[in-house]
Design a protein around this ligand. Structure first.
Ligand code: ATR
Length: 276
C-alpha cells in the first residue's frame, strides 16, 4: 500500500515541499507519495475528514489553515500550542495529532550555520511579529536565549507577542540603533524577498561578533546577508529552515530521518529560483 502524505493549503502551487519530500521518497525507496491537497477554507473540515477516512499518513499544513486546523485535529502537542499554529499532522490509525516543525527547522538550520549557539543567544533581535517569528521565539527560548527583543512595523502586534512570550518589544523606528547590543539579528519578516519591499536597515551599530540570519531564501543571498557578509559577520541563509522543518515532518511520518545534503539544497534552490 502506498503511504499518502501531502500538503493542505490554498494556494499550494508555490510550495517547495513536494520537491523536498519526493526527493527523499525516491532516495530511500519508500512506497509513498507527497500530493497537493489544495483546499479552500470552507472545505478544510472535509479535507481533514478525508485524511482520516482514507488513512493518509500525514500532511503539512500551510496558509491560510495553520491556525484554523487546530480546531479539526484530535490533539496537538505543546510546540504547536506555544507557536499557535500547526504545520504538520500525523495520522495514527485515525487519530490526528498536530505539531509544528518550524521551530526545529529554525534552530537546526541556525546550529548548522553557527555551531554552538551559546554566544549568540545572549541578546537576540528579531525583526517581525508574524507566524515565522513565533516559531523562532519558541526555538530560541528552548535553546536557552536569555534576552529576545522584537522589532516590528506594527508595534501593537510586537507588544502582544512580546507579552505572550515574556520578551521585549521596540518600535520599528529605532531598529538601526537597537542593534548596538545584539549578539544575533534575525529577519523573520518577508522584507527582502523577491517581489516584496526591501528591508531598510543599517548594520553600522551591530557589534562585529554578532551573527545575522535571514529566513528569506529567495533570493538566497538577501540584501541583509550581503551587507552582513561585507562587514564579516557570521551569516546563515534561510533555505535550511525549510529543509529541516521538512526533515522533522518526514521522520515522524516515515520513521526515517532523511539527510539534508548540499545536493538537496541545490535541487530545491533550482526550483525556488525558477519560481521567483
Ligand atoms: P509569516 O506568517 O510568514 O511570518 P506574516 O504573519 O504576514 O507572515 O508576517 C509578516 C511580517 O512582515 C510582519 O511582521 C509584518 O509586519 P506588520 O506586523 O507590521 O504587518 C512584516 N512586514 C511585511 N511588510 C512589511 C513592510 N513593508 N515593512 C515592515 N514590516 C513588514
Amino acid at each position: 500500500m502506498t503511504t499518502i502524505t501531502g500538503l493542505i493549503g490554498y494556494p499550494t502551487s508555490h510550495s517547495l515541499s513536494p520537491r523536498i519530500h519526493s526527493y527523499w521518497i525516491a532516495q530511500y525507496a519508500i512506497a509513498a507519495e507527497y500530493k497537493l491537497f489544495t483546499t479552500k477554507p470552507s472545505r478544510l473540515r472535509q479535507t481533514i475528514g478525508h485524511m482520516r477516512s482514507k488513512n493518509w499518513r500525514g500532511v503539512n499544513v500551510t496558509i491560510p489553515h495553520k491556525q484554523e486546523v487546530m480546531n479539526h485535529v484530535d490533539q496537538y502537542d505543546a510546540t504547536a500550542q506555544r507557536i499557535g499554529a500547526i504545520n504538520t499532522i500525523i495520522n495514527d490509525n485515525g487519530v490526528l495529532t498536530g505539531t509544528n516543525t518550524d521551530a526545529y527547522g529554525f534552530i537546526t538550520n541556525l546550529r548548522e550555520g553557527l555551531g554552538d549557539l551559546t554566544p549568540y543567544l545572549k541578546n537576540v533581535m528579531l525583526l517581525g511579529a508574524g507566524g515565522a517569528t513565533r516559531a523562532a521565539i519558541v526555538a530560541l527560548q528552548d535553546a536557552g536565549a536569555t534576552s529576545i527583543t522584537l522589532i516590528n512595523r506594527t508595534e501593537e502586534t510586537a507588544k502582544a507577542l512580546a507579552d505572550k512570550f515574556n520578551i521585549a518589544a521596540l518600535p520599528w523606528e529605532v531598529r538601526n540603533e537597537a542593534l548596538s547590543e545584539a549578539t544575533l539579528l534575525v529577519n523573520t519578516t518577508s522584507l527582502g524577498m523577491q517581489g516584496q519591499d526591501a528591508l531598510d536597515l543599517t548594520l553600522d551599530a551591530l557589534p562585529v561578533t554578532a551573527a545575522v540570519h535571514d529566513i528569506v531564501y529567495a533570493p538566497l543571498e538577501t540584501e541583509l546577508l550581503r551587507k552582513a557578509r561585507a562587514r564579516n559577520h557570521p551569516t546563515v541563509d534561510g533555505v535550511g529552515m525549510l529543509l529541516y522543518q521538512a526533515q522533522h515532518a518526514f521522520s515522524q511520518w516515515h520513521g526515517i530521518t532523511p539527510e539534508v545534503t548540499p545536493a538537496l539544497r541545490a535541487h530545491v534552490l533550482a526550483e525556488a529560483m525558477e519560481a521567483a
